[in-house]
Ligand binder design. Structure first.
Ligand code: SF4
Length: 269
């Protein structure tokens, strides 16, 4: 089926409206009139059994799967009647249903020092910890994180809202990057800091962003509006604050969205 020939303005408008809903998890109708589902596993390291489960999901529900630039797997061509079944099957098989809304996304990473000959620090354990703590926390706009195991930055560290790359003595932290139509290169916040300190920096950034951003404002715009130095000062002032409240909010949001199976998209299906 050729899905590329005509610009469907109604579909485009419907998709943009869906993006405005808080916490939505559905990519909505695609150009082939079916649905797509974004799933993944933490660290993007798939075991053989996870790949078998993925093959089962594709075979049962989708036309094919596409590996995205953000290290997610996009199941494409899911018939509308099968969308919730596919989603529940993905959750049951242990996959994350990936965010496409306004919250802390899964983390893009490279294999780091566990595998790469150039790696200076371990990425995989840090990614797991940060995702378990902060993934799903509601934010004014999408919030992307990336980790690279050395300054080569294979995970596009400086094109994320919060990016880290390893150096010999720890991690350098960058803020306010983004890709898209007008890419913005992230600015240095701190470093080198130890792996143990990284969650505190991320919590301090998220707290400042949640408090200071205007509605729907991406982090780079908040930094631009307030000025890099004033924003960094607020972040550094937040550093000593405990962050259990943010972790609990993230946990609740993940749980609610996975259990509710997208109330927002009910009307669309
Ligand atoms: S960023 Fe460095 S450690 Fe990571 S894959 Fe690239 S070269 Fe290897």
């Amino acid at each position: 089926m050729d899905t590329s020939a005509h610009l469907d303005l109604d579909l485009r408008k419907e998709t943009v409206e869906r993006w405005k809903q808080p916490g939505h998890r559905c990519l909505g109708k695609q150009r082939d009139a079916n649905y797509a589902l974004m799933i993944g596993v933490s660290t993007a390291c798939f075991s053989a059994s996870q790949l078998r489960s993925l093959a089962d999901l594709v075979e049962k529900f989708a036309r094919f799967s596409h590996l995205t630039t953000a290290q997610s797997v996009l199941l494409v061509g899911i018939a509308p009647r099968n969308y919730y079944l596919a989603r529940q099957a993905a959750l049951d098989a242990g996959f994350q249903v990936r965010s496409v809304g306004r919250d802390v996304f899964h983390i893009k990473c490279c294999p780091g020092a566990d595998f790469s000959p150039f790696g200076l620090q371990r990425t995989l354990s840090l990614v797991t910890l940060l995702e378990e703590t902060f993934r799903g926390l509601p934010t004014p706009q999408k919030f992307k994180i990336s980790l690279s195991g050395c300054p080569n930055c294979c995970a596009n560290t400086r094109l994320s809202d919060f990016g880290l790359h390893a150096v010999v003595k720890g991690w350098k932290i960058y803020l306010g990057g983004k890709m898209g139509f007008s890419p913005v290169v992230a600015q240095e916040l701190a470093g080198p800091v130890s792996a143990e300190e990284v969650p505190r920096y991320l919590a301090a950034v998220l707290r400042a962003y949640r408090e200071l951003a205007q509605k729907n404002e991406r982090l780079f715009r908040t930094i631009e509006r307030l000025g890099p130095e004033p924003f960094k000062r607020v972040v550094l002032d937040n550093l000593e604050q405990p962050y259990e409240d943010l972790a609990e909010l993230a946990r609740q949001n993940r749980q609610a969205l996975e259990q509710a199976l997208d109330v927002v998209t009910d009307a669309a299906l």
